[in-house]
Write a protein that binds this ligand. Sequence first.
Ligand SMILES: Nc1ncnc2c1ncn2[C@@H]1O[C@H](COP(=O)(O)OP(=O)(O)OP(=O)(O)O)[C@@H](O)[C@H]1O
Ligand SMILES: Nc1nc2c(c(=O)[nH]1)N=C(CO)CN2
Ligand SMILES: [Mg+2]
Length: 245
Amino acid sequence: MVIAGWNKKYAMIRKEFKYSKEQDKESAIILDSILRKNISNKKIRDEISGKTVFVIGAGPSLSLAIPKLKKFKKVVKIVADSAVKPLIENGIKPNIVVTDLDGDEHSLKKIGKTDSIFVVHAHGDNISKLQLAENFKNCIGTTQTNPFKKIQNFGGFTDGDRSVFLANHFEAKKIILFGMDFGKRIGKYSQTKASERQIKLKKLKRAKLLLEWLSENSRSQLFTTSSQINGFEKISYNELDIIIT
Ligand SMILES: Nc1ncnc2c1ncn2[C@@H]1O[C@H](COP(=O)(O)OP(=O)(O)OP(=O)(O)O)[C@@H](O)[C@H]1O
Ligand SMILES: Nc1nc2c(c(=O)[nH]1)N=C(CO)CN2
Ligand SMILES: [Mg+2]
């Protein structure tokens, strides 16, 4: 089931970014046809339900977070797109990758061969990239329109906030954010082209508002090590040992 109120949020996003519902649907249909061996939700639920999970984005604070993250080998890490590359370069393995396939292709393909679970998002502007999903051993597909066949909708917009909506959907006990700064600076690890900076900043603004909206009804405990988000408790890296228990 789609999170209550999502369709209204999606209508606002379509209006703000001038997206076409028809193209979003078309993309989802193509992804559905590509996902011949999509995995069951049980696998992903087992990773998340009742657990503390980290959601890792590609904001400026990711550089500071990486040395801290190395300590927490056993904590489930849900990693948004461009954050995958710097993490694997530092020996940190994502358990779940949330991507609309515009992160570093080489890193996505490399991790796609392992047992990490991929949550691939189809939208009207990534149709040409969907074929990449064939490289992922464990993969599920998502859309921002209505779910159908193998394609699901857990809510959310950018890869980072969609990771939080995913963790919320599968009832994580605690969700702790890293590299999720939003604000006016795009992180150096983000694969954003110069021509897309303005639109990216607008997307980040929308993503933050969606997380604040989610926090109003979430049953997960929400924390952030990055900049302040209403509804999330701001914590320091020193507090992690206590909070993850
Ligand atoms: N200041 C920031 N700069 C970059 N990413 C950020 C920032 N703050 C939060 N994030 C989160 O990190 C995620 C991963 O960053 P990345 O640059 O890969 O995004 P992206 O792949 O372009 O995202 P999307 O495709 O969803 O727009 C973003 O989806 C966003 O939610
Ligand atoms: N149609 C469309 N949908 C999206 C897009 C986008 O560029 N086009 N980008 C997203 C996150 O970056 C999420 N959803
Ligand atoms: Mg992306």
